[in-house]
Write a protein that binds this ligand. Structure first.
Ligand code: R5P
Length: 282
């Protein structure tokens, strides 16, 4: 049985359809003091909790779903985290800071037999869980919504860490060059990027990243492109906080694409087939 978090209902339904599993009609409620509660039906066998931890409340909800699944009779609990929040704080960058990814992973490990997460920010995050944890690559289908007539396309990563993703999207598209920018982050919303070596003049460009959060990285990268034809941006996790979508539009981006690990208007690619394949192989 699939148990969905409140922010992941579209992906959970797609996953249930892929697997032929029951989709539980979970109830979500809030108390006047702001605390939350979930209710799940009786469970016979394996429970698959599917919840992106897009907020602190979503983290709490995930922990509650795991506990509710246990109380409802599940004999095995698999936790699918399509988007793992706090994963970018995978080290203490300044003295006195926590390794938040490890904190969250440890808490999640207490209520599950194993974890599956989609394109974690760094693969090393998987090692923070105290139970077996598997990463799923959902980038292969990100090329699907791109126009079929891209002119001499260039697939660019905004930093070196996203080069593999850019190559994966290029491979999915079937043709094109890949390269990357150099990125320097000054704060949570202030980044600078320096251009890649590739001549993009008159060519269609696709900029690929794992996460678009504030949109600063993408809009800075797009702003550095010298006379491209059309520019598209695509990512696995379209967090798109604040005015990120406006920044991208102002930078001249034709279209934004992402997967349904985070349910947004741009989530045109489903991670469900890749997650289902992993679950079937466990
Ligand atoms: C960071 O290394 C990630 O790969 C993304 O580039 C980053 O999270 C994007 O954040 P923002 O949209 O806020 O620039």
């Amino acid at each position: 049985m699939i148990l969905s978090g409140s922010a992941t209902q579209q992906l959970a339904a797609a996953l249930a359809a892929e697997l032929g599993d029951d989709l539980a009609r979970v109830e979500y409620e809030s108390f006047p003091d702001g605390e939350h509660i979930v209710r799940v039906p009786p469970i016979d066998g394996r429970a698959v909790v599917v919840a992106s931890t897009v907020s602190s409340d979503a983290h709490v909800e995930l922990l509650q779903l795991q506990d509710a699944a246990h109380e409802a009779g599940a004999d095995e609990i698999v936790t699918v985290i399509p988007y793992m929040g706090y994963a970018r704080q995978d080290e203490a960058f300044e003295p006195g800071e926590p390794v938040s990814a490890r904190t969250m992973a440890r808490a999640i490990s207490t209520g599950t037999d194993r974890v599956v997460t989609v394109c974690p920010h760094e693969q090393s995050v998987l090692g923070f869980f105290d139970v077996p944890a598997t990463g799923v690559d959902a980038s292969a289908h990100l090329a699907n919504p791109l126009p079929a007539d891209l002119a001499d396309p260039v697939f660019l990563a905004p930093d070196e860490g996203a080069v593999g993703l850019a190559q994966s999207v290029r491979d999915g598209y079937g043709v094109g060059e890949t390269d990357h920018f150099e990125k320097h982050r000054h704060s949570g919303s202030d980044v600078t990027v320096t251009p890649s070596d590739v001549d993009v003049s008159g060519r269609d460009v696709v900029v690929v990243d794992d996460i678009i959060a504030t949109g600063s990285t993408m809009s800075e990268a797009v702003g550095e492109l010298d006379d491209p034809a059309r520019v598209y941006v695509t990512c696995v996790h379209p967090l798109l906080v604040g005015n990120a979508r406006l920044k991208l539009a102002n930078a001249g981006v034709e279209a934004v694409y992402g997967t349904d690990t985070i349910e947004r208007a741009v989530s045109t690619v489903s991670a469900a087939p890749a997650v289902a394949e992993t679950l079937q192989s466990l």
